[in-house]
Design a protein around this ligand. Structure first.
Ligand code: ZN
Length: 73
């Protein structure tokens, strides 16, 4: 349980606490410690960052992240 959830539970907040973490792109399980492994560009709109859990991130070859493929003019 994250500190934000503990505080929300103690205060009796009716608002759902903010989820932290991301889904692993390999095992599709939720991880509280996501590691960015790939950035997928889209034709329209912002790109999407794919995450992996720490145990799968070490086995995945990191893809290009925003700015890595840009060349200096
Ligand atoms: Zn995983």
């Amino acid at each position: 349980m994250t500190p934000a959830r503990i505080v929300a539970a103690l205060l009796g907040s009716t608002h759902a606490p903010e989820l932290t973490g991301a889904m692993c792109s390999r095992c599709h399980h939720w991880t509280a410690a996501p590691v960015p492994v790939r950035y997928v560009e889209r034709v329209s709109g912002p790109g999407v960052t794919l995450y992996a859990c720490p145990s799968h991130a070490v086995a995945m070859i990191p893809g290009p992240m925003p700015g890595e493929l840009e060349r200096d003019a």
